[in-house]
Design a protein around this ligand. Structure first.
Ligand SMILES: [Zn+2]
Length: 240
């Protein structure tokens, strides 16, 4: 705790005082351009890995970067998604899973969690589709390979869940929203990005995620050709 308080003090004395104008501007209102959905895991820092400033990302974090399907019951994720789309008029959503995700690892363990982590077990029921997809399609994988496949499939399934939200669906239909599927690799700092071109690839089990080339990373931020196809769960290759 002492480290935290010392950090707050340093922030106020150094960073804040040299960026006073920026923070005054922020106090007038928020205009983030990206809804960033990721895991609670302490090793993930959305602003650090995307080199963004306060005010740029509207962030939803929960155990396992889960997007519960619309209408299951009132939940914080649904409120944040609605606010992001309908009030902040956000046009880009990133669902960002990560390597070595404890939540997905727990999900694969199934009922073994229910005794000592009942709340985690209950929350992970929203990711039951991921568990089923992995169990039925990845029988030959084990250990880390199985976990990696599950992490990737999970991100894609959360994108399907996003589409169940009326506000998201309507904006996708109108071509006014892009959704991106990422997996952050803690050990390399790399982001692998879902490739729509590889979406028809079946199980045996080449990843449908690829690491973008540097020239792709320089893609124009406002490029118009990355719209999620309204009839398919796919996401663009380029990181913007
Ligand atoms: Zn995680």
């Amino acid at each position: 705790m002492r480290k935290l308080l010392k950090g707050v003090h340093q922030f106020q004395m150094n960073y804040f005082s040299s960026h006073r104008e920026f923070f005054e501007q922020l106090s007038q209102g928020q205009h983030p351009r990206i809804l960033f959905i990721t895991c609670c895991d302490s090793r993930i820092d959305p602003n650090l890995i995307t080199q963004t400033e306060p005010g740029e990302l509207f962030i939803i974090r929960n155990v396992g970067n889960i997007v519960p399907p619309f209408g299951v019951h009132a939940n914080a994720e649904a409120a944040a998604i609605e606010y992001a789309i309908d009030v902040l008029d956000i046009k880009e959503i990133v669902v960002c899973g990560h390597s070595h995700c404890g939540a997905i690892s727990g999900l694969l363990k199934g009922n073994r969690l229910s005794d000592h982590l009942p709340s985690v077990h209950a929350w992970l029921r929203y990711a039951e589709s991921t568990r089923r997809v992995v169990l039925e399609n990845y029988q030959e994988l084990k250990g880390e390979e199985l976990l990696s496949a599950a992490i990737e499939e999970h991100v894609l399934i959360q994108i399907e869940n996003l589409r169940t939200y009326p506000s998201v669906h309507a904006k996708l239909y109108g071509g006014q929203l892009n959704i991106h599927a990422w997996v952050y690799k803690i050990e390399t700092g790399g982001i692998i990005v879902y490739s729509a071109e590889r979406c028809n690839m079946r199980a045996e089990h080449e990843s449908r995620f690829t690491e973008p080339r540097l020239d792709e990373l320089e893609t124009d931020d406002d490029s118009d050709n990355h719209h999620l196809d309204r009839n398919s769960v796919s996401a663009p290759l380029a990181v913007e």
